[in-house]
Write a protein of this length. Structure first.
Length: 262
């Protein structure tokens, strides 16, 4: 869409700037106007206990990314709904997982195109903890291909120390816990089966090895979702959006610590 001055007219300022909604001319106009950053939300489709839908990680990361975009005007790429969830195995039906190398390659391919259009700052924002290693591989590959690229790979709870504390208050190895359940109660209450909420403790403390979910959880939950309330989810969502907005605004102007000539 163009205004009467034949210039790109972005969507309403209180709406997220979504890459998939734009035309090629509008994407190009963003770069001409100086926008050089994009956000890629990466979710997962995996079991979240008896009480939450399998798209929790995708819903949460997308909603946060969109809200941050609305405040910062940084465009958001389409959310990847699949992550690396092999640790959930097939014991609890519902999980659909990519292999680590597949996720890395998909992210590298998608971001390679965005970078080719001139977007040189990238935030890869994940809603699933176990996406971290494959996303780090993609980061390394992209930095090798594009030496001037500024790229960060983060989990939602990395927004701030207070966000991390909120996520892990009832379980360090959290999954479908109080925080995630409260967020879903606020953002997507129709996806919460309140009558099926069952707590299950974090059994990973003090272990030497890393175990798949069936070895650590009886019902696919780790934490205390019974403590969750919708108002807690509203507060945590605003915290995440506020803290990620602050981080992205800093990222928009950050320069490398040292100048390097290529």
């Amino acid at each position: 869409m163009k205004n009467s001055s034949n210039e790109f007219a972005p969507p309403f300022q209180d709406a997220p700037l979504l890459w998939g909604d734009l035309t090629w001319e509008e994407v190009g106009a963003l770069r001409e106007a100086g926008t050089d950053m994009v956000i890629l939300p990466v979710g997962a489709t995996e079991q979240h206990g008896p009480h939450l839908s399998c798209d929790v990680d995708t819903v949460l990361v997308e909603r946060v990314a969109h809200a941050v975009s609305a405040r910062t005007r940084v465009p958001v790429l389409p959310t990847l709904p699949y992550g690396c969830s092999l640790g959930h195995t097939h014991t609890f039906p519902g999980t659909l997982s990519l292999r680590p190398q597949t996720l890395s390659l998909v992210v590298e391919d998608v971001l390679g195109d965005a970078i080719a259009y001139g977007f040189s700052r990238v935030l890869v924002l994940s809603g699933h903890s176990m996406n971290a290693a494959p996303l780090r591989v993609a980061l390394e590959l992209l930095r090798e291909r594009f030496p001037r690229l500024q790229i960060a790979q983060k989990h939602l709870m990395d927004a701030s120390p207070r966000a991390a504390q909120a996520y892990t208050a009832d379980a360090q190895d959290f999954h479908a816990n109080c925080a995630e359940t409260a967020l879903m109660m606020h953002l997507a209450p129709d996806k919460v089966r309140a009558e099926r909420i069952e707590d299950d403790p974090d059994r990973t403390q003090g272990t030497f090895f890393s175990y798949t979910v069936p070895f650590t959880s009886k019902n696919g939950v780790t934490g205390s979702p019974s403590l969750a309330e919708a108002f807690q989810g509203a507060d945590l969502f605003e915290m995440l959006v506020e803290d990620w907005t602050a981080g992205v605004r800093l990222a928009l102007v950050e320069q490398p610590p040292l100048p390097v000539e290529f």
